[in-house]
Design a protein around this ligand. Sequence first.
Ligand code: RB5
Length: 144
Amino acid sequence: MVVIGSDHGGFELKERIKDFLRELGEEVEDVGVFSEESCDYPDIAKEVAIRVAQNGSKGILICGTGIGMSIAANKIKGVRCALCHDAYTAEFARRHNNANILAFGGRTTGVEIAKQMVKIFLSTEFDGGRHQRRINKISDLEAL
Ligand code: RB5
């Protein structure tokens, strides 16, 4: 299961990525938005992040730049949202950071790069080992 959401700045790309996820055989939950009408990205980041934290599913968030979505989603305990720009950052967001949400920008990222990142993000495992120690230290920060 992949939970996806965008604001108006990411709406068009979200629709393309939703089709791509279904081509990949993924079950998709779309929490909105459903038009290009202006909205507030933290509302959508919250919906995706809470589902990911509760269900252990993966999420995708798209706003104009991906920045606001990633900042907002990372406020939710258990969420590690990575703003990625290419295949390399998407791969290492999984391998080293065990990211559970991928964020990118509808105004900064082309559809082919976005598809490439999504495919890599969903198929790459966490490396564990020394990286688990670092993830544990991130979790400790959630208590501050
Ligand atoms: C909306 O105009 C824009 O600010 C938003 O999509 C996002 O880029 C924020 O980080």
